[in-house]
Write a protein that binds this ligand. Structure first.
Ligand SMILES: Cc1ncc(COP(=O)(O)O)c(C=O)c1O
Length: 509
């Protein structure tokens, strides 16, 4: 992958671990203004029993004020709210209140697009996020539902080719989806092939290993479904190479981009993925459970007119000639059918060419509005600029975590150390038994990360709104928590338990 990996910081410089150093990095950050586009909860907000902001949100230009905000490093799970989301949602509510059903059709001054066209309006921006042609993407449904819809169309098992390859630590929803697709086709669950790490003490899957498992099952596999970025380890897979290899063996290739979209630049069209799906609530900041998105490569979304026996092509108006159209079969609904014919109610399904032809229902305008707000923030920059900042920010977090002031740290990073093999997330494996106490202290101190039991915390500095000062603050809080937990465990040691504890501690090197 085309990223420089040489050290980005002089970590031997004693100033490297200071607040001033972090603040200076923020000063030089060309994207620093984007932080102001987000509502960053304060520490008081997080602790309050009230649902709304407990205090006025400080803007973060002033570092004394920034200490009041929480340290939010959880964009891999749920992105923060763009400030404009409430403005756009208010417009949506006002449109509904003042126009009723006319909101579907009416172009309004300074309003959002009419709801009837709201799915078209966000195609261009979505396409940019994943490196696709506008016709190759659509915002619809939710991630797992979309994976099923896509598999219904793309997983076509035959007697000889019927296996689905996923990874051993696939997100449970992907695992269930693939397994239930097999069951749906009456295929034995042993046809689910799982790529697992070759070494038990790391979740790392080398590209070589992935390719070799694909080759091993090449002749009998119908579908490969992998994540662009692995949710647990944060590993960023080589999508282009893996896609090419699997397709050369006749395998259809789909990607779950939940942790990749809005996190790393993607080039789905050029990488020739058959299909992909993602959610819009992690790095995309669309809001919890908001509508998702999917990609269908141009060559798979074609709707062709078929020549009639007399040599004529189908009638000029394709909506009148369902039988003479050739397209990939899919589970269909009215919203995937040609717009001009949608309200004819004549039961002739004429798919919209491209990804839009996979839609089922009219999309939630409320969800679309929230995603539009999110995309408008991304439109203030581009994924290449974000990636540049992200590589630096994540490298800074890594370098700071590796500099543990008290000797050997009671944790290790299990995310790949190469910038090209990860996005904005570092997964930190703690010594066994530390997780609960560490999470408790982090919560108390206003540092928000998420946990993957039994021993991992995931820390995600999102380049749109996280700063170097955030990373500095997080590392201070986290390392302090580690020291406290290690000390409390040591003080609880009795001669009887000492050897047991030593064994546990050796478990993490
Ligand atoms: C990798 C991955 N796949 C699938 C899902 C399920 O997403 P949804 O609940 O939107 O279907 C998630 C949710 O976090 C995920 O991280």
């Amino acid at each position: 992958m085309p990223y420089r990996i040489e050290p980005l910081f002089d970590t031997k410089n004693p100033a490297f671990v200071t607040l001033d150093f972090a603040a200076a990095q923020d000063q030089n950050d060309p994207l620093k203004h984007l932080r102001d586009e987000f509502v960053i909860p304060t520490k008081a907000d997080l602790k309050s029993e009230r649902y709304g902001p407990a205090t006025a949100h400080p803007t973060d230009g002033d570092s004394s004020k920034s200490l009041e905000t929480c340290v939010y490093m959880c964009g891999n799970s749920l992105g923060l709210q763009p400030r404009r989301t409430s403005e756009y949602v208010k417009k949506y509510l006002d449109t509904w209140a003042s126009k009723g059903v006319y909101g579907h059709f009416k172009e309004l001054k300074e309003g959002l697009p009419p709801w009837l066209h709201i799915d078209d309006a966000i195609k261009e921006q979505t396409a940019k996020m994943v490196g696709a042609l506008p016709g190759e993407v659509v915002v619809m449904e939710t991630l797992t539902a979309n994976l099923h819809l896509l598999m219904a169309s793309f997983y076509k098992p035959t007697k000889d080719r019927y296996k689905i390859i996923i990874e051993g630590k696939a997100f449970p929803s992907d695992h269930y989806a693939a397994l239930s697709q097999l069951a749906h086709h009456n295929i034995d669950p042993s046809a689910l092939i799982q790529i697992s790490p070759t070494c038990s003490d790391t979740p790392y899957l080398s590209t070589e290993h992935i390719l070799s498992v694909i080759s091993q099952h090449g002749a009998s596999t119908a579908l490969l479904l992998l994540p662009g970025i692995q949710f647990y380890s944060g590993q960023f897979f080589d999508i282009a190479l893996i896609t090419r290899h699997a397709q050369s063996l006749g395998i259809t290739v789909g990607w779950d981009l939940a942790h990749a979209v809005g996190n790393v630049p993607l080039h789905l069209h050029d990488w020739n993925a058959d299909f992909a799906a993602w959610c819009n609530y992690k790095y995309m900041n669309g809001g919890p459970g908001v509508i998702g998105g999917l990609f269908v490569h141009e060559r798979n979304g074609r709707v062709d007119k078929v020549s009639l026996p007399n040599g004529n092509s189908a009638a000029e108006d394709p909506t009148q000639s369902e039988d003479q159209l050739a397209f990939r079969p899919r589970l269909s609904g009215w919203w995937g059918s040609d717009k001009s014919a949608r309200f004819r109610m004549d039961n002739k399904f004429v798919p919209i060419p491209g990804a839009s032809g996979f839609q089922l229902s009219n999309p939630s305008a409320l969800d679309m509005t929230a995603v539009t707000a999110s995309l408008d923030v991304f439109a203030m920059t581009d994924m290449e600029a974000l990636r540049e900042k992200s590589i630096k920010l994540t490298a800074y977090l890594e370098a700071r975590l590796l500099k543990y002031p008290d000797g050997t740290p009671p944790y290790r990073i299990i995310t790949p150390s190469q910038a090209g093999e990860r996005g904005a997330q570092l997964s930190v494996l703690l010594e066994p038994g530390m997780l609960d106490q560490i999470m408790e202290i982090l919560e108390e101190e206003g540092a928000v990360v998420d946990e993957r039991r039994p021993d991992v915390i995931r820390v995600a500095p999102a380049p749109l709104y996280n700063s170097f000062v955030d990373v500095h603050r997080f590392v201070i809080i986290f390392q302090d928590a580690c020291r406290k937990v290690v000390a409390s465990r040591a003080s609880k040691k009795t001669p009887d338990t000492e050897s047991g504890t030593a064994e546990v501690e050796n478990g993490v090197s």
